[in-house]
Ligand binder design. Sequence first.
Ligand code: KIV
Ligand code: ZN
Length: 388
Amino acid sequence: MKKNFVKIFDTTLRDGQQGSGSNLSLGEKVKIARFLDRLNVDIIEAGFPVSSKKEFLSVQKISKILRNSQVCSLARHNKKDIDLCLEAMKSSKNKRLHVFIATSDLHMKYKLKLSKSQIIEKIEDIMKYARNKIDDIEWSCEDGTRSDPNFLIKCFNVAIKHGAKTINIADTVGYSTPQEMNILIKKIFNNVNGLEKCNLSVHCHNDLGMATSNSLSSILSGANQVECTINGIGERAGNAPLEEVVMALETRKDIFKKSTNILTKNLKKTSEIVAKLTNSQISKNKSIVGENAFAHESGIHQHGVINKRETYEIIDPKQVGHKTQINIGAQSGLLGIKYKLKQYKLDYKSINLKKFVVFFKKKVKNLKIVDKSLLISLYTDFKKLNLK
Ligand code: KIV
Ligand code: ZN
């Protein structure tokens, strides 16, 4: 793999749809997969076949339609899970198996009821079973960031020794901080054998709102794959939002010095489709894809953006398929109002613009939104008053 490159592993169709109220039908999953493929994500985790017939069928169908992305399917440390994944991905030449098991004391004791040595045995068994059937295997430690780091290192060493091509640190409950990710990854690089031939991935959840920062800190520390979802959908507070991680890498290349394969101009459209099909709202101030991500209403900002977009925009919205919007309201100034009159082909030269601004601001002072029809009617009223 190229040195200055980060693989984008999209799990919208697996972890993303696990978010409450996001269930997708087979057809909806296939539709989103086509958008992700066009976005050029490196890997699409298409589902968890053992969980339902629909999941099996969606992995099967998605395996057949992808042109750019690699298909991936999730399994527990269980032979039946693996057989189902492999059966579902049978038709694909470009596939990955993702196996996971929990490694934290809490999960091992209360969920799996297994000791550390039993977990190690399971990893050995499952990796030996899987590697005879598929070459590209990702091994993940669920609740990795709350696990004993020395045990984690042991698990990673065993997984790599038995054929894992990617090891993935899961911050399953979004507990970690950027600095902790950095310390953990350094420790892994210093103590895990064979990492030079293996991808190091992170999978960050957003319970404390740090999924993006944790993913980026991990990249700075040497991770070369990040797992994320469109709009950050997923369990509880969701996963690292793909659009944020990718655009941070793109916009701050000076710091990260990494590229991705993502065709960023498809981000907004993909975000809209995912929001629609998962019945989720994107908050208007959501980074990159929110309705207001490139909207300007206050006078000072409008002045800046109209004269030079970069004054208040760090990304060219076209780069992500979005657009700059000058919205007018009580906080707008003469320049913004003139811009909007011009946009709607209202002859601003035929009125006293300064007086119109005073009139306009008085009329809209208690309104949240001033749309085209309101501006036209205010302009018409003002003309009738003939305030020269
Ligand atoms: O959050 C998590 O631990 C997961 C694993 C399956 C990687 O989604
Ligand atoms: Zn997860």
